[in-house]
Design a protein around this ligand. Structure first.
Ligand code: JFZ
Length: 411
């Protein structure tokens, strides 16, 4: 009993930076970026391993600039970066000594992007984190190739799988945790039929190498392993549905890896609303970009991120380091966060035209209500109480027009 309590406390303090951060950048980048058809192209187009290796020989992202990417994340108000160190295609985006199928040994580029990113992140105070596809690897003959194939018999294939698991998967995770400085978190994906014993061995290895490195739920056997839960793509849970920490992984368009066809972009307005909606429920937003084969984050992405960053630069106090809304239901006008004894009411601009907003259940007497971006403002607040129904009502008068872009925050 004492042991399990200790583990929970430890996990809480290890999690603090991540809980305060709220907003991170996801990067899907690899040999697949060459084809502009997403990160599943090898599988979807049934590209043979030998042919995919030839593609790797063409992968030469000469425009890659680690500092530019880190600046982009920072300007967007993101506090950490999670980049694909190895996706399902099995290609390591760093100089791996465990497997020669990597960007330094199998491509003409000759540089280690993760090393450059780790340096740029350290300079800029951004936490660098790695995505690692630990069970699926299309380049390795003994790894799992098809997630959705229920015929994969873990027991039957075990011996062969362990040749992959013990050498490449564990070897590469070890490299990532020993060669690139402190790693904020490891983002695992699609654990297939991984046994509890193997997951535990992986977790113990990570804790042994970097005890503060967070591990997401997809390592397998959540909630026994993992520090927080990664929800499905774009998935936002109901209020109070989650008892543990969680995040929503989301794309700016509809693809993770670079796609030339996909032009369905989320608007800046929608992105900011999604961010505040997620944090008001206690989650984090991990928002994805898919850089091109030359190493450029597409302009459609950077423009939106800059606008989100401009909003955060003005309203970040209502985002970073806040806690979830104490009101356990959706509000028609927006979302709530809280810090100390201040409530932040994030009013979606599309709620206007409106004269006031209503918030029920506040027993405290409100001292002052002001626009976060202009503390000299003062909004009229009317609080009332009905003893028969024990009903506390609060009405706050709104300005005629929304004072901020996208979402206007009343503190
Ligand atoms: C996985 C990958 O297959 C995909 O390529 C991408 O990296 C994405 C972030 O993660 O896809 C998943 C895996 C699990 C869920 C959704 C997408 N899920 O649990 O809903």
């Amino acid at each position: 009993m004492a042991d399990s309590l200790d583990i929970v406390t430890e996990s809480k303090s290890r999690m603090q930076w991540w809980k305060d951060a709220k907003f991170g950048m996801f990067i899907h980048w690899g040999v697949y970026s060459l084809l502009g058809k997403g990160e599943w192209v090898m599988y979807a187009n049934k590209i043979p391993v030998k042919e995919y290796e030839k593609l790797a020989e063409e992968f030469n992202p000469t425009q890659f600039d680690a500092k530019a990417w880190v600046h982009c994340a920072k300007r967007a108000g993101m506090k950490y970066i999670v980049i694909t160190a190895k996706h399902h295609d099995g290609f390591a985006m760093y100089h791996s000594r465990t497997d020669p199928f990597n960007i330094v040994d199998a491509s003409p580029f000759g540089r280690d992007p993760l090393k450059e990113l780790s340096e740029a992140c350290r300079e800029e105070g951004i936490r660098l984190c790695f995505y690692y596809s630990h069970v699926i690897d299309w380049h390795h003959p003994h790894a799992l190739h098809d997630t959705f194939n229920n015929l994969w018999d873990y027991e039957l294939e075990k011996k062969a799988f362990f040749r992959y698991w013990n050498h490449k998967a564990k070897g590469q995770v070890r490299e990532l945790l020993t060669e690139y400085g402190p790693v904020g978190l490891l983002w695992f994906d699609t654990s297939g039929g991984l046994s509890k014993k193997e997951s535990e061995a992986m977790v113990n290895m990570i804790r042994g190498l970097q005890p503060d490195c967070l591990i997401n739920s997809r390592v397998s056997h959540w909630p026994d392993f993992g520090d927080y839960q990664s929800k499905g793509d774009n998935e936002i849970p109901m209020h109070g549905e989650e008892t543990r920490e969680w995040e929503t992984p989301m794309t700016l368009n509809q693809s993770w890896g670079y796609s030339t066809k996909d032009q369905v972009w989320k608007s800046t307005d929608a992105l900011i609303r999604k961010l505040v909606h997620i944090i008001s429920k206690g989650g984090n937003l991990l928002l994805n970009v898919g850089p091109t084969e030359t190493g450029i984050i597409p302009e459609k992405s950077t423009l939106r991120l800059e606008e989100v960053g401009e909003w955060l630069a003005r309203n970040g106090e209502a985002v970073y380091g806040t806690s979830a809304s104490p009101f356990p239901y959706e509000l028609e006008w927006g979302a709530v966060t809280v810090k100390g004894d201040t409530l932040f009411l994030h009013v979606y601009n599309r709620y206007w035209p409106a004269e006031e907003l209503v918030l029920n259940g506040v027993r405290n007497t409100v001292k002052k209500a002001y626009m976060l971006t202009d503390p000299s403002t003062c909004h009229h607040v009317h609080q009332s109480y009905q003893p028969e129904t024990d009903h506390h009502e609060m009405r706050i008068r709104l300005p005629e027009l929304p004072p901020e872009d996208h979402v206007s925050v009343i503190a």
